[in-house]
Design a protein around this ligand. Structure first.
Ligand code: SF4
Length: 73
């Protein structure tokens, strides 16, 4: 599991064990997700896409490999 702080109140986690290389996340939020040489999702260093784009990427992942979690501030 790889995770990063997306905004002060939101954390994004990716589960590479679930990823099936569809690349839809990288198309919807290209400043947040990319696929590596194996075709598996990885997180970029930021600055990230806006929350709407990242939420769209998570919602469109066919295997729910992108998890968004609120963070207590
Ligand atoms: S959309 Fe989901 S399955 Fe497709 S590359 Fe991204 S994390 Fe992997």
């Amino acid at each position: 599991m790889i995770e990063s702080q997306l905004t002060p109140g939101l954390r994004v986690r990716i589960d590479r064990n679930r990823c099936v290389c569809s690349e839809s996340c990288a198309r919807l939020a290209p400043n947040t997700f990319e696929t590596d040489d194996e075709g598996l999702v990885t997180l970029l260093a930021g600055p990230f896409d806006g929350e709407t784009a990242v939420r769209a990427a998570a919602a469109n992942c066919p295997v729910a490999a992108i998890i968004l979690e609120p963070v207590d501030r």
